[in-house]
Design a protein around this ligand. Sequence first.
Ligand SMILES: Cc1cc2nc3c(=O)[nH]c(=O)nc-3n(C[C@H](O)[C@H](O)[C@H](O)COP(=O)(O)OP(=O)(O)OC[C@H]3O[C@@H](n4cnc5c(N)ncnc54)[C@H](O)[C@@H]3O)c2cc1C
Length: 386
Amino acid sequence: MAFLISASLTEEQTRFRQFLKEEVLPSLSSWNRSGRIPKEFFRQMGKAGWYGFAVRTGGLEKHSVLREALLSEALAAVSPGVAISALAHIDLGFMGLFMFGPEDLKQRYGPAVVSGEKIMCLGSTENIAGSDVAGIGMSAERVSGGWCLDGTKAFVTNGAIADLAVVTAVTDPDADRNRRISMFLVDLGASGIRRKKLNKAVWIPSDLTRLQFSGVFVPEDHLLGRRGYGLRQILEVFTRSRIPISALTLGTAAGAFELALTHGLKRRAFGERIVDFQAKAFEIAEHAARIEAARLMVYKACQTADSGEDFRSDAAMAKYVTVDMARKVTAWSADLFGAASVIVDHPIHKYPLDAWASSLGEGTQDVQKLIIYREVLKKISPDPLM
Ligand SMILES: Cc1cc2nc3c(=O)[nH]c(=O)nc-3n(C[C@H](O)[C@H](O)[C@H](O)COP(=O)(O)OP(=O)(O)OC[C@H]3O[C@@H](n4cnc5c(N)ncnc54)[C@H](O)[C@@H]3O)c2cc1C
């Protein structure tokens, strides 16, 4: 794995990989079979400080984006499904609370979330609206002391296991499209919530769950950010999580490629190792270069974010490039295993499906192109010589 994941490992990366080897790899096939990630995994990650946050005296602190990306890449190389669950917990669910929650709400829930005691998810997508984040229909009506939520979030990663959800709902149906929605923190133990785990074939063993809300009371202080600003806020969360999901996608490709190369060195056909056929050798060279190019894009996006600059364009480009690369690399990697690749329990089988799933989270490839296009136009000077 060494040359694909990172040339020189930090002490922390080495410890993390040891953790993956000892605590995740031996249990992975049983988690995959049951379609369940035990809560203990979240606690172990939290205890070791491997989420993107730390609890410090006086509040919560965000770690460097690059550090988190390196860990996400390494986790995804082993299991993209486990990596997406960690991502949905921290970079989607908790990020909504961290960025927009009132201070006392962050203090109340933050430490338990960052330590993995409480698990989070985020529900935006509904049957009527996915890419069109503003088009949701879940309603939030004003009631005494808070809000009453009705509607269904159709596809929620961690929805089956989460204690808390960040959701968007329409508080101002008659307002302008950009001011209709608000963001809420919901305790999933509240009455009126039904969960239905969906039967999916990607990102195993994470769950994908439908959350149905019927007259769910949400207290006043659980409104995150400003009323009517939920659209802008959720798009900010997605902009941020686009970097970790790019790292996850990079890890998905690197993990598949690593498996394929290990196999190709051993597998012989017509008296030769299959990696030594020139056709395969050239493909290996192309994919290794593709992975490395995508890695540079991801790390550049991390650097831009860590230096406090506008990373919108870098994040969308990193996501677009890694997904495009991962689709090619994982398909090639599966192909190198021949017929064995179609066996559901074979380690390579899930990688192409997981690369496909990566194209949906945090915006499809079309959505990334729309963002990149807008960012490119912003940079065009009306006077090219200036
Ligand atoms: C495994 C998995 C986990 C998920 N987890 C979560 C989660 O935790 N929380 C959550 O809220 N959602 C989650 N989702 C949902 C995901 O975010 C959406 O599937 C995604 O945003 C796309 O929305 P959609 O499925 O409604 O497709 P649509 O928005 O209907 O898109 C369908 C097609 O139309 C294209 N399209 C749409 N708009 C445009 C446009 N303007 N220009 C060009 N093409 C366009 C899309 O690119 C796509 O090809 C998950 C999905 C999957 C598969």
